[in-house]
Write a protein that binds this ligand. Structure first.
Ligand SMILES: Cc1ncc(COP(=O)(O)O)c(C=O)c1O
Length: 506
């Protein structure tokens, strides 16, 4: 029996409802009982041993479980809260995906196992490779990158290798990459990491300014990175013209596929002129994500870029067909012009399992339904909120609709002196995760409901937003002092981010 049980019950009163784990600490308490040592104790060499033991909290099993249960209950998550975080596609994550990823045959694999022992896993990866190529309308896919930004980085390396190859693009001087002013910050960051010279293309009414683009594409341009629908929630319907402008100049069109949720199953990037793209599988094809992970950012390319893809690639061996010898599926390193490895072993395998499970469950009709419902939900919300929350790009009367997300710049509300952070904090009082703020334009909220929210949830969100707009007029101080119902009130977020302090009750 662990000693952690002893002596704490009598102290549990109101003031101890949510102590820090350090405040729960009792010297000598343990949450686990380890078996007696059955090997000689090893001494940590003096040079690397800490001078003092780490000052860690010491708690029993119940304290430990309650600590984490309490934290989990306070956490904002898709499973507990409406989470309309624009550009992040925080959609429902079907538990069946988790069950698939947790199957012992997948979860227990070791990356160094022989191909012959992991045929099921390789088959899954091979099928996913083909499915993503089909969804993209492109020829070949690498599953290796482990996030959207990592997909961008890998794709830019592939583009660079293509232009440096005398038998490929044969234009090593092409180092310029264009990106619209609505681009996600990872786009210019990836360019910088790959040594590309990034140049910003201005937007006109939220979409790429074609005249400006024409004037910017030249013999040094390697590619343009575009997000479509873009981060203002608008589908760039001049995309085929954009592709032509680039292709006529010998440059490539790259799609940041973070917003594929709006078009998956409806239109294929390869069909509208894209040469290379990444998927954010953790968005479009669901995976619990947040705080930077876990994710997967496979890239899809046209045939002429395939020789430069990372290794290994999962392949199917004709010789492995029934009645022949050798494994049917195998990892191939045979790619002479490859950019090399971009990830240890094969990539983010369990996220790829979730992606496979999601696509398999949806099928082509279901995937199309995902996009159509996501777009419908966003347009419904925009239409209902528009009267009180001004929208620069949304006007159904003028046939200006949004894609799967929309931007509001609520000028009337802001004129009351209430700020967007106040609105965000007030939403927390209603158990709603705040939308993205100040991006892609200053003083905006970017709202992405996703296809998985019910009409009731969307209506409740509208009601809460309209209430906040009323409160901003009638009682702005109430909004400015929010949240009132959260465990902690206003925090100095800048100080918390810039000067984090680890503190405890000891
Ligand atoms: C438009 C866009 N591009 C790229 C990314 C980067 O993706 P990841 O967070 O998977 O690296 C995001 C992420 O939010 C995004 O919204």
């Amino acid at each position: 029996m662990s000693r952690g049980f002893a002596g704490r019950f009598e102290h549990v009163g109101q003031e101890e409802v949510s102590p820090l784990i350090f405040e729960r600490s009792v010297p000598g308490a343990r949450a686990v009982d380890l078996p007696a040592l059955d090997v000689p104790a090893a001494k940590i060499p003096a040079g690397i041993a800490a001078a003092q033991p780490a000052d860690l909290p010491q708690v029993g099993p119940m304290e430990l479980v309650r600590h984490y249960t309490l934290l989990a209950a306070r956490n904002f998550s898709v499973d507990a809260n409406f989470y309309p975080l624009g550009s992040c596609t925080m959609k429902f994550n079907p538990p069946v995906n988790e069950a698939a990823a947790a199957l012992p045959g997948f979860a227990g694999l070791h990356p160094r196992q022989d191909d012959v022992d992991v045929q099921g896993a390789l088959k899954l990866l091979y099928e996913l490779r083909l499915w993503l190529a089909e969804i993209a309308g492109l020829d070949e896919v690498s599953l290796q990158p482990c996030a959207g930004a990592h997909g961008e980085y890998t794709a830019l390396k592939v583009i660079r290798a293509y232009f440096k190859d005398p038998k490929g693009g044969n234009a090593p001087g092409r180092t310029k990459v264009l990106a619209p002013d609505t681009a996600h910050g990872t786009n210019p960051a990836s360019c910088a990491m790959c040594g590309a010279n990034v140049v910003t293309v201005p937007s006109k009414d939220g979409r790429v300014d074609l005249d400006a683009l024409r004037g910017m594409v030249d013999g040094e341009t390697a590619a343009m990175m575009i997000t479509n629908p873009n981060t203002a929630g608008l589908f760039d319907d001049t995309i085929t013209q954009i592709a032509k402008i680039l292709h006529d100049a010998g440059a490539l069109l790259y799609l940041d596929g973070a917003n594929m949720n709006a078009i998956v199953g409806v239109s294929r990037p390869g069909d509208f002129g894209v040469d290379i793209m990444h998927f954010n599988t953790h968005k479009t094809f669901s995976t619990p994500h947040g705080c930077g992970g876990p994710g997967a950012g496979p890239i899809a390319v046209r045939k002429f870029l395939a020789p430069y893809l990372p290794v290994p690639q999962v392949e199917k061996n004709g010789a492995g067909a029934p009645g022949t010898s050798g494994p049917a599926y195998y990892l191939s390193y045979d790619r002479a012009k490859t950019i090399g490895k971009v990830r240890s072993f094969f990539g983010q395998f369990s996220v790829l399992v979730r992606c496979w499970a999601y696509i398999a469950a949806c099928g082509p009709v279901g995937l199309r339904d995902v996009a159509e419902s996501a777009v419908l939900s966003a347009n419904y919300l925009a239409a209902r909120l528009r009267e009180r929350f001004e929208m620069p790009y949304f006007d159904p009367g003028a046939k200006k609709f949004c894609a799967h997300e929309f931007v509001t710049v609520p000028k009337t509300l802001l004129a009351t002196g209430v700020t967007l952070i106040d609105v965000a904090k007030r939403l927390i009082d209603h158990g709603i995760h705040p939308p993205t703020m100040h991006w892609p334009v200053h003083n905006c909220l970017m709202i992405e409901p996703t296809e998985t929210e019910s009409l009731q949830t969307l209506d409740r969100f509208v009601e809460v937003m309209l209430n906040i707009a009323d409160e901003a007029q009638s009682n702005p101080e109430l909004v400015k002092a929010a949240p009132h119902l959260a465990p902690v009130q206003r925090l100095d977020e800048v100080a918390a981010a810039r000067t984090p302090v680890l503190t405890h009750g000891g």
